[in-house]
Design a protein around this ligand. Structure first.
Ligand code: GRF
Length: 203
């Protein structure tokens, strides 16, 4: 069987990328990262990738004529690297149906709330404003909607009375770093079966 080739898209510090690199290095995820792509030249994810000896490129959205060119360049770079599974790890751009179709059923995202609650870019702020007692994170396949694809794994954390966005984010992030490598491991091992909205895990 051919080895899964991951393409990781990130916009920021890249701590989830780091957890995936660690899980590959320790042999838990039997795949390799073909390329890391950021949309921002100063993204920490670029540094982390290069330090791990992984090809890393920035496709700066501001230097593209529009979303179409930006996404065509993304797709081109992913295909050139032979990517078979796209991992969105803190990638702060909404991808168009064109991109989703190019890698249909082979794109995963992480979201820092228990979807479908608190989708969007300000999950922790919205969680605290609403007053829920439990939050968490979700790994899901990406479809053409926002944060709406079939859910692979979720985990929970308590929301504490004196939480600020930062303290809640840090608690959720610890779970993210466990959950994303696990979801990728399941995919790579052929353990995920998708039927409509439902993902069955067969181990
Ligand atoms: C994570 O909280 C992820 O859930 C959200 O963006 C953050 C990215 O963090 N989508 P990092 O860049 O992986 O450190």
């Amino acid at each position: 069987m051919n080895k899964t080739v991951l393409g990781v898209l990130a916009s920021g510090r890249g701590s989830n990328l780091q957890s995936i690199i660690a899980a590959i290095e320790n042999g838990r995820i039997k795949a390799r990262i073909g390329v890391v792509i950021t949309d921002k030249p100063d993204a920490g994810a670029l540094v982390r990738a290069r330090e791990a000896g992984i090809k890393a490129v920035c496709i700066d959205r501001r230097q593209c004529t529009g979303r179409e060119e930006f996404e065509e360049r993304l797709v081109g770079a992913l295909k050139e690297a032979g990517v078979t599974l796209v991992i969105l790890a803190g990638f702060m751009r909404i991808l168009s149906p064109y991109f989703v179709r190019e890698f249909k059923d082979h794109i995963m995202n992480i979201h820092p709330s228990l979807l479908p609650a608190f989708s969007g870019a300000h999950a922790h702020r919205d969680v605290l404003a609403y007053g829920v007692k439990v939050s968490g994170c979700t790994i899901h396949f990406v479809d053409e909607g926002m944060d709406s694809g079939p859910i692979i794994l979720q985990d929970t954390v308590p929301v504490l009375p004196d939480d600020q966005e930062e303290t809640l984010a840090a608690r959720v992030l610890e779970k993210e770093h466990q959950l994303y490598p696990r979801a990728i491991e399941l995919y790579v091992n052929g353990c995920l079966q998708v039927e409509g909205r439902h993902v069955t895990i067969k181990e």
